[in-house]
Ligand binder design. Structure first.
Ligand SMILES: Nc1nc2ccc(CNc3ccc(C(=O)NCCCC(=O)O)cc3)cc2c(=O)[nH]1
Ligand SMILES: N[C@@H]1O[C@H](COP(=O)(O)O)[C@@H](O)[C@H]1O
Length: 206
Protein backbone atom coordinates (compact mmCIF):
# COMPACT_ATOMS: atom_id res chain seq x y z
CA UNK A 1 0.00 0.00 0.00
CA UNK A 2 1.22 3.50 -0.85
CA UNK A 3 1.49 5.77 2.19
CA UNK A 4 1.49 9.57 2.44
CA UNK A 5 2.73 11.23 5.65
CA UNK A 6 1.64 14.71 6.80
CA UNK A 7 4.11 16.48 9.12
CA UNK A 8 4.63 19.90 10.69
CA UNK A 9 7.90 19.38 12.53
CA UNK A 10 10.81 17.13 13.42
CA UNK A 11 9.28 14.03 11.89
CA UNK A 12 10.96 11.47 14.16
CA UNK A 13 7.80 9.40 13.70
CA UNK A 14 8.71 9.37 10.06
CA UNK A 15 12.04 7.76 10.85
CA UNK A 16 13.90 6.44 13.81
CA UNK A 17 17.13 4.65 13.01
CA UNK A 18 15.35 4.18 9.72
CA UNK A 19 12.92 1.80 11.40
CA UNK A 20 9.74 3.47 10.17
CA UNK A 21 11.08 4.34 6.76
CA UNK A 22 12.76 0.97 6.24
CA UNK A 23 9.77 -0.88 7.62
CA UNK A 24 7.46 0.93 5.25
CA UNK A 25 9.73 1.01 2.25
CA UNK A 26 10.92 -2.59 2.65
CA UNK A 27 7.89 -4.48 1.43
CA UNK A 28 9.67 -7.75 2.15
CA UNK A 29 9.19 -7.03 5.86
CA UNK A 30 5.51 -7.82 5.25
CA UNK A 31 4.39 -4.51 6.65
CA UNK A 32 2.79 -3.98 3.26
CA UNK A 33 3.39 -0.25 3.13
CA UNK A 34 5.66 2.14 1.31
CA UNK A 35 5.94 5.89 1.99
CA UNK A 36 5.65 7.61 -1.40
CA UNK A 37 5.12 11.24 -0.31
CA UNK A 38 5.74 13.46 2.71
CA UNK A 39 3.82 16.76 2.93
CA UNK A 40 4.69 19.46 5.46
CA UNK A 41 2.59 22.55 6.11
CA UNK A 42 5.76 24.27 7.32
CA UNK A 43 8.91 24.79 5.24
CA UNK A 44 12.39 23.89 6.43
CA UNK A 45 11.37 21.41 9.14
CA UNK A 46 13.65 18.50 9.99
CA UNK A 47 11.06 15.96 8.87
CA UNK A 48 11.52 17.15 5.28
CA UNK A 49 15.26 16.56 5.58
CA UNK A 50 14.68 13.05 6.93
CA UNK A 51 12.40 12.21 4.00
CA UNK A 52 14.84 13.63 1.46
CA UNK A 53 17.72 11.68 3.05
CA UNK A 54 15.62 8.55 2.55
CA UNK A 55 14.88 9.47 -1.07
CA UNK A 56 11.19 10.06 -0.39
CA UNK A 57 9.48 12.84 -2.43
CA UNK A 58 8.39 15.84 -0.33
CA UNK A 59 6.04 18.78 -0.78
CA UNK A 60 5.54 21.91 1.30
CA UNK A 61 1.95 23.18 1.26
CA UNK A 62 1.67 26.24 3.51
CA UNK A 63 -1.72 26.60 5.14
CA UNK A 64 -1.06 30.32 5.45
CA UNK A 65 -1.26 30.67 1.65
CA UNK A 66 -4.88 29.53 1.45
CA UNK A 67 -8.02 31.57 2.00
CA UNK A 68 -9.74 28.73 3.83
CA UNK A 69 -8.99 25.56 5.76
CA UNK A 70 -10.92 23.60 3.16
CA UNK A 71 -8.85 24.92 0.25
CA UNK A 72 -5.65 24.02 2.11
CA UNK A 73 -6.93 20.51 2.83
CA UNK A 74 -8.01 20.01 -0.77
CA UNK A 75 -4.58 21.11 -2.03
CA UNK A 76 -3.03 18.38 0.18
CA UNK A 77 -5.69 15.91 -1.02
CA UNK A 78 -4.84 16.62 -4.68
CA UNK A 79 -1.13 15.92 -4.08
CA UNK A 80 -1.89 12.72 -2.16
CA UNK A 81 -4.15 11.45 -4.96
CA UNK A 82 -1.61 12.44 -7.64
CA UNK A 83 1.01 10.36 -5.80
CA UNK A 84 -1.34 7.35 -5.66
CA UNK A 85 -1.47 7.44 -1.87
CA UNK A 86 -3.84 4.87 -0.28
CA UNK A 87 -3.18 5.49 3.43
CA UNK A 88 -2.43 8.84 5.11
CA UNK A 89 -0.43 9.05 8.36
CA UNK A 90 -0.32 12.16 10.56
CA UNK A 91 3.11 12.37 12.21
CA UNK A 92 3.24 15.50 14.31
CA UNK A 93 0.88 17.25 11.90
CA UNK A 94 -0.46 20.16 13.89
CA UNK A 95 -3.34 21.53 11.79
CA UNK A 96 -6.90 20.43 12.45
CA UNK A 97 -8.30 18.78 9.30
CA UNK A 98 -11.76 19.64 7.93
CA UNK A 99 -14.57 17.10 8.07
CA UNK A 100 -14.53 17.03 4.26
CA UNK A 101 -10.90 15.87 4.18
CA UNK A 102 -11.53 13.31 6.94
CA UNK A 103 -14.55 11.95 5.00
CA UNK A 104 -12.39 11.52 1.87
CA UNK A 105 -9.84 9.46 3.87
CA UNK A 106 -12.06 7.81 6.52
CA UNK A 107 -10.59 4.44 7.51
CA UNK A 108 -7.33 5.22 5.69
CA UNK A 109 -6.18 8.14 7.88
CA UNK A 110 -4.26 7.39 11.09
CA UNK A 111 -2.63 9.55 13.76
CA UNK A 112 -0.23 8.98 16.65
CA UNK A 113 -1.11 10.80 19.86
CA UNK A 114 1.39 11.08 22.77
CA UNK A 115 -1.01 9.99 25.53
CA UNK A 116 -3.34 7.08 26.36
CA UNK A 117 -6.54 8.36 24.72
CA UNK A 118 -9.18 9.28 25.70
CA UNK A 119 -6.98 10.92 28.34
CA UNK A 120 -5.16 14.15 27.53
CA UNK A 121 -6.58 14.95 24.10
CA UNK A 122 -5.37 17.90 22.03
CA UNK A 123 -2.08 19.69 22.22
CA UNK A 124 0.41 19.56 25.13
CA UNK A 125 -0.55 16.00 26.11
CA UNK A 126 2.65 15.60 28.18
CA UNK A 127 1.99 18.88 30.02
CA UNK A 128 -1.52 17.63 30.81
CA UNK A 129 -0.20 14.27 32.10
CA UNK A 130 2.40 15.92 34.34
CA UNK A 131 -0.17 18.41 35.63
CA UNK A 132 -2.56 15.54 36.43
CA UNK A 133 0.16 13.76 38.38
CA UNK A 134 -0.44 10.39 36.65
CA UNK A 135 2.39 7.84 36.98
CA UNK A 136 1.70 6.07 33.72
CA UNK A 137 1.10 7.63 30.31
CA UNK A 138 1.84 6.35 26.82
CA UNK A 139 0.83 6.79 23.20
CA UNK A 140 -2.10 5.89 20.99
CA UNK A 141 -2.35 5.21 17.27
CA UNK A 142 -5.91 5.82 16.12
CA UNK A 143 -8.07 6.34 13.06
CA UNK A 144 -8.73 10.05 12.53
CA UNK A 145 -12.33 11.30 12.86
CA UNK A 146 -13.56 14.88 12.59
CA UNK A 147 -13.77 15.07 16.37
CA UNK A 148 -10.19 15.66 17.54
CA UNK A 149 -8.36 12.60 18.96
CA UNK A 150 -11.64 10.68 19.20
CA UNK A 151 -11.23 8.09 16.42
CA UNK A 152 -11.18 4.30 16.93
CA UNK A 153 -8.02 3.14 18.69
CA UNK A 154 -5.69 0.80 16.79
CA UNK A 155 -2.67 0.35 19.09
CA UNK A 156 -1.67 1.72 22.54
CA UNK A 157 1.47 1.28 24.64
CA UNK A 158 2.06 2.50 28.22
CA UNK A 159 5.10 4.48 29.35
CA UNK A 160 6.21 5.02 32.98
CA UNK A 161 6.48 8.64 34.13
CA UNK A 162 9.68 9.06 36.19
CA UNK A 163 10.05 11.37 39.19
CA UNK A 164 11.44 14.69 38.00
CA UNK A 165 10.24 14.20 34.43
CA UNK A 166 9.79 17.36 32.41
CA UNK A 167 7.75 17.71 29.22
CA UNK A 168 11.01 17.21 27.31
CA UNK A 169 12.26 14.11 29.15
CA UNK A 170 8.78 12.58 29.00
CA UNK A 171 8.33 13.38 25.30
CA UNK A 172 11.68 11.76 24.54
CA UNK A 173 10.74 8.57 26.40
CA UNK A 174 7.23 8.37 24.89
CA UNK A 175 8.58 8.93 21.38
CA UNK A 176 10.66 5.73 21.68
CA UNK A 177 7.36 3.91 22.14
CA UNK A 178 5.60 5.88 19.39
CA UNK A 179 8.22 4.60 17.00
CA UNK A 180 7.04 1.05 17.66
CA UNK A 181 3.30 1.77 17.96
CA UNK A 182 2.93 3.78 14.75
CA UNK A 183 4.57 1.24 12.38
CA UNK A 184 2.50 -1.53 14.03
CA UNK A 185 -0.74 0.43 13.48
CA UNK A 186 0.26 1.15 9.89
CA UNK A 187 0.98 -2.55 9.34
CA UNK A 188 -2.48 -3.52 10.65
CA UNK A 189 -4.20 -1.09 8.27
CA UNK A 190 -1.90 -1.75 5.29
CA UNK A 191 -2.33 -5.54 5.54
CA UNK A 192 -6.10 -5.11 6.13
CA UNK A 193 -6.02 -6.95 9.49
CA UNK A 194 -8.41 -4.25 10.65
CA UNK A 195 -10.82 -1.82 9.01
CA UNK A 196 -13.22 0.94 10.06
CA UNK A 197 -16.93 0.23 9.53
CA UNK A 198 -19.56 2.87 8.60
CA UNK A 199 -20.27 3.64 12.24
CA UNK A 200 -16.58 4.34 12.79
CA UNK A 201 -16.11 1.10 14.74
CA UNK A 202 -13.02 -1.08 14.36
CA UNK A 203 -13.54 -4.48 12.73
CA UNK A 204 -10.75 -7.08 13.13
CA UNK A 205 -10.58 -9.45 10.16
CA UNK A 206 -8.33 -12.52 10.27
N1 LIG B 1 -10.32 16.45 12.10
C1 LIG B 1 -9.20 16.07 12.75
N2 LIG B 1 -8.03 16.67 12.42
C2 LIG B 1 -6.88 16.34 13.09
C3 LIG B 1 -5.68 16.98 12.76
C4 LIG B 1 -4.52 16.71 13.46
C5 LIG B 1 -4.53 15.76 14.49
C6 LIG B 1 -3.27 15.52 15.25
N3 LIG B 1 -3.42 16.04 16.61
C7 LIG B 1 -3.76 17.36 16.84
C8 LIG B 1 -4.59 17.67 17.91
C9 LIG B 1 -4.93 18.98 18.18
C10 LIG B 1 -4.46 20.00 17.39
C11 LIG B 1 -4.81 21.43 17.70
O1 LIG B 1 -5.81 21.73 18.37
N4 LIG B 1 -3.94 22.37 17.23
C12 LIG B 1 -4.14 23.77 17.52
C13 LIG B 1 -5.02 24.39 16.44
C14 LIG B 1 -4.28 24.36 15.12
C15 LIG B 1 -5.24 24.75 13.99
O2 LIG B 1 -5.79 25.89 14.05
O3 LIG B 1 -5.48 23.89 13.08
C16 LIG B 1 -3.60 19.72 16.32
C17 LIG B 1 -3.25 18.39 16.04
C18 LIG B 1 -5.71 15.09 14.84
C19 LIG B 1 -6.91 15.37 14.13
C20 LIG B 1 -8.17 14.76 14.44
O4 LIG B 1 -8.26 13.88 15.33
N5 LIG B 1 -9.28 15.14 13.74
N1 LIG C 1 1.67 13.78 17.11
C1 LIG C 1 2.68 13.99 18.10
O1 LIG C 1 3.55 15.04 17.72
C2 LIG C 1 4.89 14.64 17.94
C3 LIG C 1 5.58 14.58 16.61
O2 LIG C 1 6.86 14.20 16.78
P1 LIG C 1 7.73 13.94 15.44
O3 LIG C 1 7.21 12.69 14.78
O4 LIG C 1 7.54 15.19 14.58
O5 LIG C 1 9.13 13.82 15.99
C4 LIG C 1 4.86 13.26 18.59
O6 LIG C 1 4.96 13.38 19.98
C5 LIG C 1 3.52 12.74 18.21
O7 LIG C 1 2.92 11.91 19.18
Amino acid sequence: KKVGVLISGSGTNLQVNNVTINATTDLSKGIGAEIVLVISNKPGVQGLQRAQNAGIPTKVIKHTEFKSRLEFDMAMHAELIAAGVEIVCLAGFMRVLTGDFVKLWQGRLINIHPALLPLFKGTHAHRQALAAGVRITGCTAHFVEEDIDAGAILVQQSVQIEIGDTEETLQERVKLTEHKVFPEALRLVATEKVYLDEEGKLVWTK
